[in-house]
Design a protein around this ligand. Structure first.
Ligand code: SF4
Length: 172
């Protein structure tokens, strides 16, 4: 790599990346208190990786709350497809979803490094993985602010769910 601008298709093709200090124990922290459900992360991911329609490496689920007539937003990372943006990281960049998020709801780093922000936030906020073994979620994703009902509501993980399509929040 010559230090010039790196374009998405170059990253996608794996051209020009260099070996760097990649995290020993990669972790993604999702702060649900910050997520506004804008889908910028999933669109960035799909664009960067040329993900076909109907398939998601990561996806933001909109879940109707059981306690009041509003929506909760839960970004999910697929256990088979998401690689935490390994090609971008070989360029010294953050995963596309992290860079795209306007509210800093996503933090990526080395969970083994006590100085890393991802480790500090995990400690300070007691972040935990979602408890949904049937949802094929990626290991190493921790959540701040996950509520008990949300664990049960994401059983389909990143797959499209017809029930989601009924939710058009802005029109209600
Ligand atoms: S980009 Fe950030 S705020 Fe928007 S849906 Fe994704 S995690 Fe939430």
């Amino acid at each position: 790599m010559d230090g010039g601008e790196v374009l998405p298709w170059e990253i996608r093709d794996g051209r020009g990346g260099q070996d760097r200090d990649l995290p020993e124990d990669p972790a993604m922290l999702v702060d649900l208190r910050r997520c506004i459900g804008c889908h910028a992360c999933s669109i960035a991911c799909k664009t960067e990786h040329a993900v076909p329609l109907g398939t998601f490496r990561m996806r933001v689920r909109w879940l109707p709350r059981p306690d009041r007539p509003t929506i909760a937003f839960v970004p999910l990372f697929d256990g088979s497809l998401c690689d935490f943006g390994v090609n971008r990281r070989s360029y010294g960049m953050q995963p596309a979803c992290v860079d795209a998020c306007p509210t800093h709801a996503l933090t990526f780093g080395d969970a083994d490094d006590p100085e890393a922000e991802v480790a500090r936030l995990t400690r300070d906020h007691d972040a935990k993985p979602l408890n949904a073994p049937e949802a094929n979620l990626k290991d190493g994703v921790l959540y701040i602010g996950a509520e008990e009902w949300q664990h049960k509501a994401i059983h389909k993980g990143c797959e499209l769910d017809r029930r989601d399509e009924d939710i058009i929040y802005e029109q209600r």
